[in-house]
Write a protein that binds this ligand. Structure first.
Ligand code: SF4
Length: 387
């Protein structure tokens, strides 16, 4: 079964894990005290309504540990005209209590482009903050922890993409948003897991090509190839969270929880996608749960996703054999607080890189807006050209 994946971030492991335990209430309490913040009557009055949103995952006894930082962050946001973009993989006290805009990479990129705030704090990983800066260069973009990376983004460089383009001239390069600005700058168009199949189909038509280069996630590339029938040239990057789910996990879950509905993210291996009941981006998985309201469900994705969707679907029973993303879990309330107070960890991008990266992202944003596209399950694995 899936396991926590980064030793330094111990605190929870395996089935039924609690992502908040990575940092924990005591960590937040200690951090609040060190910053002179306490659970006063004013803080209680200000945050009681927020607690209602997270009481399904935060025990009442722990709330006084989180509330002082939450109240302080929300005050500073107002003072500094700042917004927090919170990814679906943030822990619930961040996602629901200080996040102003919430969603997957595509939703957050659209918000970054549209917000009129002066400061954006990216409650997510570094490539997401870069995407915000690319789209909103006049704004100050902060990342609460510089160590919040991504195994996919780390798997490939702009120099790699230049070599790939030399090897396959004329073949369009579609790049997953989970990459650095350097990589995006070498790409023709970006995609997310919500629109990957649609973007690949568009690129094949637009470049009049029977092949598309889709970087850097090997499994996403194979899953898109199965959906579209387009020949895909792929890289060997993997998401260290989703690659760990296996068909054996699914079989164990079906045996232990008869009737459970299993939803998979397309960064999972193709055999896992084939064995699931439904597959799609985090936005598509959330839509499925909120529309279908299955009695019992498993989301084969990062741990916090279930906690965050559960707030809007209290009657759904979430089985949680999840994997933590150690990079996402670098983002904490005190990290957000410190970033805002000290205006630290500002993300900058050389202007020539930003302009070229923006073209690739903007092409994606300019495509007709559609609902996150589900991936068909039960598909046979489709070969890709792996480089
Ligand atoms: S969950 Fe996977 S793709 Fe997302 S940030 Fe973590 S390592 Fe990267």
């Amino acid at each position: 079964m899936a396991r926590i994946i980064d030793a330094p971030l111990t605190g929870s492991e395996g089935s039924g894990c609690d992502p908040r335990a990575v940092h924990g209430a005591w960590g937040s309490l200690d951090a609040a005290r060190k910053r002179g913040l306490s659970y006063s009557a004013e803080v209680k009055a200000e945050t009681d309504a927020l607690y209602e949103k997270v009481k399904h995952v935060v025990p009442a006894v722990e709330w006084p540990a989180y509330a002082p930082l939450i109240a302080a962050i929300n005050t500073i946001k107002r003072q500094k005209n700042a917004v927090i973009l919170a990814h679906n993989y943030m822990t619930s006290e961040i996602f629901h209590c200080v996040g102003d805009f919430r969603g997957d990479s595509l939703q957050l990129a659209r918000e970054a482009a549209q917000t009129d705030a002066a400061v954006i704090v990216q409650a997510g990983v570094h490539f997401m903050a870069e995407t915000s800066k690319v789209l909103a260069p006049e704004k100050t973009v902060l990342i609460p922890d510089l160590r919040a990376g991504c195994s996919l983004a780390a798997s490939i460089t702009g120099a790699d993409v230049r070599l790939i383009k030399e090897r396959f001239p004329g073949v369009p390069v579609v790049t997953y948003v989970n990459t650095s600005a350097d990589v995006k700058a070498e790409s023709d168009v970006c995609c997310t897991s919500s629109n990957a199949a649609a973007v690949v189909e568009w690129a094949a038509r637009e470049w009049n090509s029977d092949r598309v280069i889709l970087l850097p996630d090997e499994y996403l590339a194979k899953n898109v190839a199965a959906q579209t029938g387009i020949k895909i040239i792929a890289w060997h990057g993997r998401c260290e969270v989703h690659e760990r789910f296996t068909v054996a996990d699914i079989e164990e879950l079906r045996a232990a929880y008869p009737g459970v509905v299993i939803l998979a993210h397309p960064e999972c291996p193709p055999d896992v996608m084939a064995a699931a009941d439904f597959a799609g981006s985090t936005a598509a998985l959330q839509d499925y749960v909120l529309e279908k309201r299955p009695a019992k469900v498993v989301l084969l994705t990062e741990c916090s996703m279930s906690d965050n969707v559960a707030a809007a679907a209290p009657e759904v029973d979430f089985v949680r054999p999840c994997n933590l993303c150690p990079h996402m879990k670098r983002i904490t309330l005190e990290g957000i607080y410190d970033a805002l107070v000290e205006m630290k960890h500002e993300v900058t991008i050389p202007e020539d890189v930003r302009v070229r990266a923006k073209q690739a992202i903007q092409r994606m944003l300019d495509l007709p807006k559609e609902k996150p596209r589900a991936f068909k399950v039960g598909m046979p694995e489709t070969a890709v050209e792996l480089i």
